[in-house]
Ligand binder design. Structure first.
Ligand code: PLP
Length: 391
């Protein structure tokens, strides 16, 4: 391996012998699907997040879907979210025949603007809830959103896909609204390959989600095979989904959970490194140096007036130096599906569009070595200098 030339991937999971051994144990146990590993993962996750219920699922997308269903969202309802997110956040609203209503972002944080959200709520009484997304691990203004929840009697479902384990006013993000959903997708802050977790203190919603997570069966799989009641005896109480987390994935999640705060410390150190290296560059606008940030993503913006190239060409040059770069996010309102269905114009969400046109994401994960970080920093600095506008 040549540390000077090898490609540095944009994201890479941190897997150790602990995860390997945990998986082997499950493989040899004779029980691969949802069972006691998933149960234990849920118990440990509920304790970690200080919530009454944690439900392991096969993705954050399924978790968001289950939560909206449990909150009674249905055809004709409206749910507010931001267009500056991954499609999962909005597509789950569509799964239920409801419509997403987008509120523009706060340009400093990339998160949903409570002011824009309030404008929509003022005009539209058919809104049932809000899905705030803590982009990159930066907490949304939950105090302001909770005020809106109270005033308009709506639910808050936190999309915490980027923000485990980040605290806000002493509580973990995801545990502040009516429910929160975490993602354990391969690039996330802790991972099970694919997977997710719902947390909630609403016990009737938890019950509903637990039934709908497995075909609408009134008994959990593990219970069917361990209790005195025969395993073949169950009732279908609704047309549910197949969203359960298998034990193989859960066993990885349990080990990752133990490392979550260590991973966060490492990501914070990398963010500090980037801030130090880039602080004097006049062609970059750095993300806000917020103390309780999860740094799932590090998202600087180029300052177009200072450069002779577009963002796309700027990152193309960095990629050519062997660095994995990504862009979060292509706004949903300019994606063909949402654009055509709701007749959006690009300028409908000006702050979202401005952020998208200038932003890029740098690698930020615990396994990055010092050499790799130095290479990334040099690539960004040299690219900026070579494209700097001189007059
Ligand atoms: C903001 C956001 N929400 C939800 C999801 C969906 O997560 P999953 O892949 O676990 O379904 C993602 C995935 O990248 C995401 O970025």
């Amino acid at each position: 391996m040549n540390p000077n030339t090898d490609f540095i991937p944009f994201a890479k999971p941190s897997m150790g012998t602990e995860e390997e051994e945990a998986v082997i144990k499950v493989l040899r146990s004779g029980w691969l699907t949802t069972g006691k590993e998933a149960k234990n993962f849920e118990t440990e996750f509920a304790a970690y997040t200080n919530t009454q219920n944690a439900l392991a699922v096969n993705s954050a997308t399924s978790g968001l879907h289950l939560a909206l269903e449990a909150f009674g969202v249905g055809p004709g309802d409206k749910v507010i979210t931001s267009p500056y997110t991954f499609t999962s956040t909005a597509e789950v609203i569509r799964y239920l025949g409801a419509d997403p209503v987008f509120a523009d972002i706060d340009p400093e944080t990339f998160n949903i603007s409570p002011i824009e959200t309030a404008k929509i709520l003022e005009k539209d009484p058919s809104v049932k809830g809000i899905i705030p997304v803590h982009i990159a691990g930066r907490p949304c203004d939950m105090d302001a959103l909770l005020e809106l929840k109270k005033k308009y009697d709506i639910f808050i479902l936190e999309d915490a896909a980027h923000s485990f384990p980040v605290k806000y006013n002493g509580k973990l993000l995801g545990s502040i609204g009516d429910a929160g959903v975490f993602s354990f997708y391969a690039t996330k802050t802790i991972t099970t390959g694919e997977g997710g977790m719902i947390v909630t203190n609403n016990s009737s919603a938890a019950k509903r989600m637990s039934v709908m997570r497995l075909h609408g069966i009134d008994r959990e799989v593990w219970d069917r095979y361990t209790s005195d009641k025969p395993s073949w005896q169950y009732s279908i109480v609704d047309a549910g989904f197949k969203y359960n987390m298998p034990d193989i994935a859960a066993s990885i999640g349990r080990e990752q959970l133990k490392k979550a705060s260590l991973f966060l410390e490492k990501r914070k150190k990398i963010a500090d490194f980037y801030f130090e290296k880039f602080t004097d560059l006049d062609f970059l606008k750095l993300p806000e140096q917020y103390k309780n940030h999860g740094w799932h993503l590090f998202m600087p913006r180029i300052i177009p007036e200072k450069l002779t190239v577009t963002r796309d060409d700027f990152i193309k040059e960095i990629i050519s130096k062997g660095i994995g770069i990504s862009v979060h996010f292509i706004p949903l309102h300019i994606m063909p599906y949402y654009k055509n269905k709701y007749n959006y114009k690009e300028q409908d969400y000006p702050e979202t569009l401005k952020a998208y046109n200038t932003v890029f994401s740098l690698p930020i994960y615990p396994d990055l070595s010092e050499d790799q970080l130095e290479r990334i920093a040099s690539a960004v600095i040299n690219t900026g200098k070579s494209f700097r506008r001189t007059s």
